[in-house]
Ligand binder design. Structure first.
Ligand code: MN
Length: 129
């Protein structure tokens, strides 16, 4: 998998934990606390994978996914929705909005990075590792 990951997440503790876990596995992480800033960072830095919290204030994760897919650079970038287990229908709506896969909250630190790699890797042909 490639190395730059964008995390769009409004909750500071979740942002911190996800960043910590990914950096510990050698990834470079950039983050944004809301949708508009996330789209702006995605446009500017063209990350290799995008982790997208669905429950964001203002512009929600579905709208963010659609905005990302409208960018030429991110038509096929893996976008992984991070959804609340309690929110029935989130998965289907995430896929409909263009997400590649989803991970449920609360995040399990023991499996999180492997899940990200599996979902992002499955999106690529001739996966790099
Ligand atoms: Mn949130």
């Amino acid at each position: 998998m490639d190395r730059l990951i964008l995390v769009i997440e409004d909750n500071e503790q979740n942002r911190y934990m996800v960043t910590f876990l990914l950096e510990r596995h050698g990834y470079t992480v950039v983050s944004a606390a809301d949708g508009p800033r996330g789209v702006e960072v995605a446009r500017r830095l063209t990350p290799d994978v995008i982790l997208l919290d669905i429950q964001l204030p203002g512009m929600d994760g579905y709208a963010v996914a659609r905005a990302l897919r409208a960018l030429d650079a991110h038509r096929s970038t893996p976008i992984i929705a991070v959804t609340s287990h309690a929110m029935v229908g989130d998965r289907e709506r995430s896929f409909a909005a263009g997400c590649t896969g989803y991970i449920e909250k609360p995040i399990n630190p023991d499996t999180f990075v492997a899940d990200v790699e599996r979902i992002a890797g499955a999106n690529r042909s001739g996966s790099e590792q």
